[in-house]
Each structure stands twice: as structure tokens, then as C-alpha cells.
Design a protein around this ligand. Structure first.
Ligand SMILES: Cc1cc2nc3c(=O)[nH]c(=O)nc-3n(C[C@H](O)[C@H](O)[C@H](O)COP(=O)(O)OP(=O)(O)OC[C@H]3O[C@@H](n4cnc5c(N)ncnc54)[C@H](O)[C@@H]3O)c2cc1C
Length: 235
């Protein structure tokens, strides 16, 4: 059989959706910050970037602010700010307006075509040196004795925890259930949201500046005494 042509990259990302493109861009930004050469390629099964992106979306621009603080000047296609929220209970022939839950407020968000956002992200990625190949579906991961060794984030973390001593604690942000993935660990800390107030409160509690408070609202099988959680809004 004729030898197949192959191209080598340091990082291959499958899928030119928002996640894949943002990862490619961030990798290139970090490489530039550290004066490091990293070759990155993105494979996209759609005929062009955005072709398989289904969602029109209300987009919260926080991640974009972090990736490109000057996204407005760079011409990102976020042109329609959300102006009004209506939270409705629909019956067959009526709509009852309800108070909008705080986490569903869209102030500061934009109504976008996610396909267009992806096309714009792809341009930014290419200008940073990312190579994007639309029309190529990744079919399988090839393992070649030690040359490609894929571990999931959970496996990597488990490896670190296996080597850690008794004084290690696992911190669960947002949901307490992930702690069940690490049964060998003796101490868990749960914070019920990953908003910045909760993050700050968690760090302050871990440093002993404020007490842990609140109660865990669920029972976790196999976890005998879970202890108290943190109330994010109080700090
Ligand atoms: C109808 C709908 C409405 C939504 N509304 C909102 C909203 O209002 N606000 C919001 O924040 N989110 C919304 N979402 C969710 C949002 O679209 C997703 O969270 C987001 O697109 C996920 O990005 P991603 O990059 O992880 O994956 P995707 O956007 O799914 O991108 C994955 C990409 O990978 C490609 N791909 C997949 N497999 C392969 C392969 N084997 N080889 C090569 N390429 C491959 C696909 O073609 C695609 O381009 C909505 C989703 C849908 C479906």
C-alpha cells in the first residue's frame, strides 16, 4: 500500500466550534507570551467553519473579553445587545409573565449568529498561525507506542491525587457530585457556585479567614460525613 501523506503538529484540535477555536487561539497566545513555538491545527468536518454550527445564540461575552479584550475593535460580529428579558409561563392560549430568575438576566449579553462568531474566531486563529482544515472529519485517535498518549483530565488528576498524601483535599465548585470520582481522598470542600464571590469566599475559608458555613443539600452515597458547605452570597 502506498505510504500516506502525513503532517505533524504539536496540537491537533478536533472541531472548529467556539471551544476548539478558543483553545487554539489561547494556545497560540500563551506560546507567544512564553516565546515558545507551538504548531496547532484544527480539523473541522463541515465544509467551512460555521457550516455545522446550529445555534443562534444569546452570548455572554465574558470568555471573549478574556480572549480578546479588544474584540470590538477587531470587528467581532456581536452587534445586537440584548435589551429586554421576558420570562413567560405559556399555556395553550396565554402567556403569563413571571419574574426573570437572576441567572437568566441577559443584560450585557449579545444576540449573535454563532456560525458568524466561529468564522470570525477562525480568522483570528489563522492570523495567530493556527492552521484550520475544513472538510476533514477526524475518524479515530491513533496510538503509537508512547508517541501519542492521551489521558483525560480526570485520569491526570487521579494520578496526581494517587501520589498525594493524606492532607490532600478535593475542592468541588458548583456541584458536589464530582467528589465521588475520588473515593480515596479523605477531605472534600464544596462550594455551590463557581461565581467569583464564591471563589473568593472559598479561598478565604481555606486560608482560615472566615468560617465554613451552610449545609450540603444532598446526600452522597458512600460519603459518611460531608460537613458544611459555603454560602457564596454572604462573602
Ligand atoms: C439550538 C441551540 C441553541 C443554543 N442556544 C444557545 C444560547 O442561546 N446561548 C449559549 O450560550 N449557548 C447556546 N447553545 C449552546 C452552544 O451552541 C454550545 O454550547 C456551543 O456551540 C458548544 O461549543 P463547542 O465548540 O463545544 O461545540 P460545537 O459548537 O458543537 O462545535 C463542534 C464542532 O466540531 C465539529 N466536529 C464534530 N465532530 C468532528 C469530527 N469528528 N471531526 C471534525 N470536526 C468535528 C462540528 O462540525 C462543529 O463545528 C445552543 C445550542 C443549540 C443546539
Amino acid at each position: 500500500m502506498a505510504e500516506r501523506e502525513s503532517m505533524e503538529y504539536d496540537v491537533v484540535i478536533v472541531g472548529a466550534g467556539p471551544a476548539g477555536l478558543a483553545a487554539a487561539i489561547r494556545l497560540k497566545q500563551l506560546a507567544a507570551e512564553h516565546q515558545h513555538e507551538v504548531s496547532v491545527c484544527v480539523l473541522e468536518k463541515g465544509s467551512e467553519v460555521g457550516a455545522h454550527i446550529m445555534s443562534g445564540a444569546v452570548m455572554e461575552p465574558r470568555a471573549l473579553n478574556e480572549l480578546f479584550p479588544d474584540w470590538k475593535a477587531l470587528g467581532a460580529p456581536l452587534n445586537t445587545p440584548a435589551q429586554d428579558d421576558r420570562f413567560l409561563f405559556l399555556t395553550h392560549n396565554k402567556a403569563y409573565r413571571l419574574p426573570t430568575p437572576p441567572q437568566m438576566h441577559n443584560e450585557g449579553n449579545y444576540i449573535v449568529s454563532l456560525g458568524n462568531v466561529c468564522r470570525w474566531l477562525a480568522q483570528q486563529a489563522e492570523s495567530l498561525g493556527v492552521e484550520i482544515y475544513p472538510g476533514f472529519a477526524a475518524a479515530e485517535v491513533l496510538y503509537a507506542e508512547g508517541a501519542v498518549d492521551l489521558e483525560t483530565g480526570a485520569e491526570v488528576l487521579q494520578g496526581i491525587l494517587d501520589g498525594a498524601g493524606d492532607r490532600t483535599a478535593v475542592l468541588a465548585m458548583g456541584s458536589p457530585y464530582p467528589i465521588l470520582d475520588y473515593p480515596k481522598i479523605r477531605t472534600y470542600v464544596c462550594a455551590f457556585s463557581s461565581v467569583s464571590t464564591s471563589e473568593r469566599a472559598t479561598v478565604r475559608a481555606l486560608l482560615g479567614e472566615i468560617p465554613f458555613k451552610g449545609r450540603l443539600p444532598v446526600t452522597l452515597p458512600g460519603v459518611a460525613r460531608v460537613g458544611d458547605g459555603l454560602e457564596s452570597t454572604t462573602h
